[in-house]
Design a protein around this ligand. Structure first.
Ligand SMILES: [Cu+2]
Length: 125
């Protein structure tokens, strides 16, 4: 009776260990590389959030979504980075950059009325 169950038990244990191992692996990867991806809403109130804190030296992706045409956020400009993007209504537009230590990267709408900024923080703070 017991002997016939042994292979099943062994297989079950091996499977459980594999699953646990995979889980641990994914957890480690997630912990060492938290995603730097921030969604920003563009509306008549400007940018929400208007200030994004991001770790210096690590790539950051900002995802701009202009919610309606009732605002002047048609373009987003990062003057220091020479980045200019058009934001079609309802479309997610990604801007990727890597903040340097102590950097404050300003972004504005085409006419400079809406203002936002990426504030670099050093890792561990
Ligand atoms: Cu504007």
């Amino acid at each position: 009776m017991f002997a016939s169950r042994l292979p099943t038990l062994a297989l079950g244990a091996a499977l459980a260990l594999t699953l646990l191992g995979n889980l641990a692996c994914e957890r480690t990867a997630a912990a060492s590389k938290p995603q730097q991806r921030v969604e920003i809403k563009v509306s008549k109130d400007g940018y929400t959030p208007a200030e994004v804190r991001a770790e210096a030296g690590r790539p950051l992706t900002l995802v701009f979504t202009r919610v309606d045409a009732n605002n002047c956020g048609e373009k987003v400009v990062f003057p220091e980075r020479d980045i200019k993007k058009t934001l079609p209504v309802g479309e997610a537009v990604e801007v990727s950059l890597t903040p340097k230590a102590n950097e404050r990267i300003v972004f504005t709408c085409g006419m400079g009325m809406y203002k936002g900024a990426v504030v670099a923080v050093s890792s561990g703070s």
